[in-house]
Ligand binder design. Structure first.
Ligand code: SF4
Length: 144
């Protein structure tokens, strides 16, 4: 599955969950997407839930904005740089992002970045329509 297909599938899962949360306020929706609650009530949302494993080791890990709206990706490559194809990048150049590089390719490495999982950031661009946030590619400014 390429990234575009994954976003589409993930967006459908997100919408299905949201259709059951219409009685909750925005704050309650964000709280609902905390890791511990999602493991318990939405076990199919992320493959890591079955292992009770967090993708980032932080106390309050929120899954609402996975995938990160700042992640830019093209399966055919975004552009060329120094003879390498750049397949993905961070639109805000997060200080905690880095890259994986091979002889001919560059990929964004988000493994040390918690920007999309921090509730202050989620609140700052919150929409009940996750696809809207991701597709419109909001500029997601970290609050720290
Ligand atoms: S480095 Fe952080 S802000 Fe940038 S795309 Fe990755 S997770 Fe998002």
């Amino acid at each position: 599955m390429n990234y575009s297909d994954w976003v589409s599938t993930h967006g459908q899962k997100h919408q299905t969950i949201m259709s059951r949360l219409t009685h909750l306020s925005d704050s309650e929706v964000i709280e609902y997407f905390r890791f511990e609650n999602m493991v318990k009530n939405e076990p199919n949302f992320c493959p890591l839930y079955s292992k009770n494993k967090k993708c980032h080791d932080i106390e309050i890990l929120n899954c609402y904005l996975c995938a990160c709206p700042n992640f830019r990706f093209d399966d055919k490559g975004l552009y060329k740089k120094d003879g390498k194809t750049v397949f993905s990048k961070c639109s805000i150049n997060s200080k905690d992002g880095s890259t994986f590089e091979s002889d001919d390719s560059v990929h964004q490495d988000c493994s040390e970045c918690i920007v999309p999982h921090d509730e202050r950031n989620i609140k700052s661009i919150f929409s009940r329509d996750w696809i809207d946030i991701v597709i419109k590619k909001s500029q997601f400014i970290p609050k720290y």
